[in-house]
Design a protein around this ligand. Structure first.
Ligand code: FES
Ligand code: FES
Length: 187
């Protein structure tokens, strides 16, 4: 850990606050990456600004749009709300890592088949969220609209909509996104 004590030149008063840095190592899309960052840096800024991994997008930066979603140790998270230092040693999968151009993930294939995007800005987050959401459904996790929480939730359109409700699309491609996820779920 590195401690730096900056000085405020404007008022010529020593700044009391300390900047604390930490060196962390993560696996991003199968590749081990190391960076030394301010402990206040978010996982999203670590990916985009320090590791030049721009698949996850910054939309609201407040946990409200879902465009920054990645899979963190297999579970979907909004990276703008996660401190990077909390996840030293974690395995991150972005939309760029769930499949490839030659071998797309079934969710990526389905988004292409159904035109599940227009400008594409929200799409990496939608892809990661859909992959994580289908795993949650498969594992039997209930959602807000699950009527019988004692049984495995059905893969209904209502369940998909509810579970994807944290991922906004300014282009309004929702109908095609849901159709794409239904197709991917059938594979
Ligand atoms: S940028 Fe993270 S939820 Fe919007
Ligand atoms: S495709 Fe444009 S914001 Fe979703």
């Amino acid at each position: 850990m590195i401690y730096r004590a900056p000085t405020c030149a404007g008022c010529r008063i020593g700044v009391a606050a300390l900047v604390v840095e930490a060196t962390i190592t993560l696996t991003v899309d199968g590749e081990e990456r190391t960076a030394t960052v301010d402990t206040r840096v978010t996982l999203l800024d670590l990916l985009r600004e320090h590791l030049a991994q721009a698949s996850a997008k910054k939309g609201c930066d407040h946990g409200q749009c879902g465009s920054c979603t990645v899979l963190l140790n297999g579970r979907r998270v909004t990276t703008c709300l996660a401190f990077a230092v909390q996840h030293d040693g974690a395995e991150i999968t972005t939309a760029a890592g769930v499949g490839s151009a030659e071998a797309p993930h079934p969710v990526q294939r389905a988004f292409l088949d159904h035109d599940g995007f227009q400008c594409g800005y929200c799409t990496p987050g939608q892809i990661c969220s859909a992959v994580g959401m289908l795993a949650e459904l498969e594992a039997g996790w209930p959602s807000h609209v699950t009527t019988d929480v004692a049984s495995a939730p059905a893969r209904t359109r209502e369940e998909i909509r509810e579970r994807m409700s944290g991922n906004l699309c300014r282009c309004g491609a929702y109908v095609n996104i849901v159709a794409a996820i239904e197709q991917a779920a059938e594979r």
